[in-house]
Design a protein around this ligand. Sequence first.
Ligand code: PMP
Length: 419
Amino acid sequence: MSADQLRAQLDTLEAQYRALAERQLSLDLTRGKPGTEQVSLSDALDGILEGDYRASNGTDVRNYGGLDGLPEAKALFSKVMGVPESDIVIGGNSSLTLMYSVIDFALNVGLRGAESAWGNSDELKFLCPVPGYDRHFAICEHLGIEMIPVAMDANGPDMDEVERLVSSDPAIKGIWCVPRFSNPTGCVYSEETVERLARLGTIASDDFIVMYDNAYAVHTIDADAPELANIRDYSVKHGTESSVFQFGSTSKVTFAGAGVAFLSSSPANLAAFKQHLGFQSIGPDKVNQLRHVKLLQSPAGIAAHMEKHAALLRPRFAAVLATLENELGDTGMGEWLSPQGGYFISFNTRPGLAQTVVKLAADIGVALTPAGATYPYGNDPEDSNIRLAPSYPSLKDVQATAEAFVICVKLASIRQALA
Ligand code: PMP
């Protein structure tokens, strides 16, 4: 476009933006929370035990004990994770808590005895595929672990770079991964990436771990979404079971914050970790575990339940993606992937514009995740990534937000082009 054409478009956009400001919007696309209709899908949890509190092995779930979870919960969630029933621990309500506990354990107690505690080293580093999940990065920052960003593409982290780094720097103790419907890009790690992650244990320092947060394992929106290869099979193949910790939860299956979380690793890691867990808790909430098994029943039961979530999420994702495509496709003003599951759409503005777009949106009552939140230390060096989370607002509000968002992107882009 010529400068005159750009200026004419800028006038139109400024007018559209002012009109939006006058509408005094109050929209929020910040956090990946399930919507109210989604959580309502699991309301049957309440009262589902009908007074029968006995687990399959006769345990009275109302009482203390059973640190590693109920057998029927292990049977169900080990299938979700693709691991043997013996290699899973069913915990409390949050996988993030389990992740924090594993890092705390490796740091302060040692995965393989006190000698192996990461805290014995002066320098500790973690690889952080970017853009990624802010709460993973917050754990590292809180515990004083230096974060090294690694680029992501449609197949997952740049594995050439990951292998180069872990094989040359023993201070690197781990890597964060969200392998299926990654937060926020929505990509599914390719089979090759999964195998290369499993193989890292053969080239990294002995106490290196893959923090494999499979938070969106069953959170498919499109029926033909890619499956994820089984990392446990590859870690058995390469003899690296102890270098992989897998996590999952039902936070976005049943009730967010009132679900069931689980973790899997090698038998040796689990034995050591359970001892550590025993200092934190007498046992998990087994009542909730039993309620979850009764509600979800089987992998097929989980799939049927997740299809109901998908029916609610699909139009919200479609609304955002169609608006982005119609308004910004072919303009060069942004790039995004079309996720087939998960909770997010990751949008890249032209370099240097993410903060401006988020501020423009905030000024007209549209809350977006802060620019930079998807990067370690909140620092997106390109200032371009914005995470959009369309699950919680009503469809009408998602549509209105998407429309306001594209106006902010266009306005920022054209102002930049004319500057
Ligand atoms: N991991 C990822 C990648 C997430 O996006 C979320 C929720 N936003 C969590 C973990 C939190 O899981 P939980 O509720 O089990 O702690």
